[in-house]
Design a protein around this ligand. Sequence first.
Ligand SMILES: Cc1cc2nc3c(=O)[nH]c(=O)nc-3n(C[C@H](O)[C@H](O)[C@H](O)COP(=O)(O)O)c2cc1C
Length: 146
Amino acid sequence: MPFALLYTSHNQIPPAALDEELAKVLEVSLTYNKANAITGALVSTPTRFAQVLEGPRGAVMAVMQRIEADPRHRDIAIVASEMIPQRSFPRWSLAHIGMCAQLDDAMAKLSDASSRPPLPGDVSALWKLMSELAEAQFNADPSRST
Ligand SMILES: Cc1cc2nc3c(=O)[nH]c(=O)nc-3n(C[C@H](O)[C@H](O)[C@H](O)COP(=O)(O)O)c2cc1C
């Protein structure tokens, strides 16, 4: 059974450098994740990140250690980590999902919960939305699958 986690964090990349830094993150991630049987998705907004990582437990924990040490974000909160019956992003080493109003709302609900544990319903709503958006991205243009 694969293991998966979802974290949220605050984006520390200056707006002017955002595109360039994100391109670097995606380039490194695609190579590393593919080599380590990791799949997932990254949402980026100018202020926040949310990422699902799934795969063998050891591989997911190892990449998470690298990600946690990255100064391009802070206040990393792992809001879910569990064994899952099947992957939510089987077609993606790392899908990149840009900002949309629905996602912004779903992420704000989790970040605003920093003083209390996140509600399981809010976590699964964000997870589900990310997988639906990745699936829609794949259906719109299968060649963009990573
Ligand atoms: C928001 C965010 C998400 C990231 N996701 C991944 C990822 O899925 N896989 C990966 O290998 N690196 C990811 N990185 C990059 C790592 O943090 C790190 O820079 C990279 O693995 C290179 O690590 P190294 O400098 O220790 O070699 C991410 C970075 C950020 C800021």
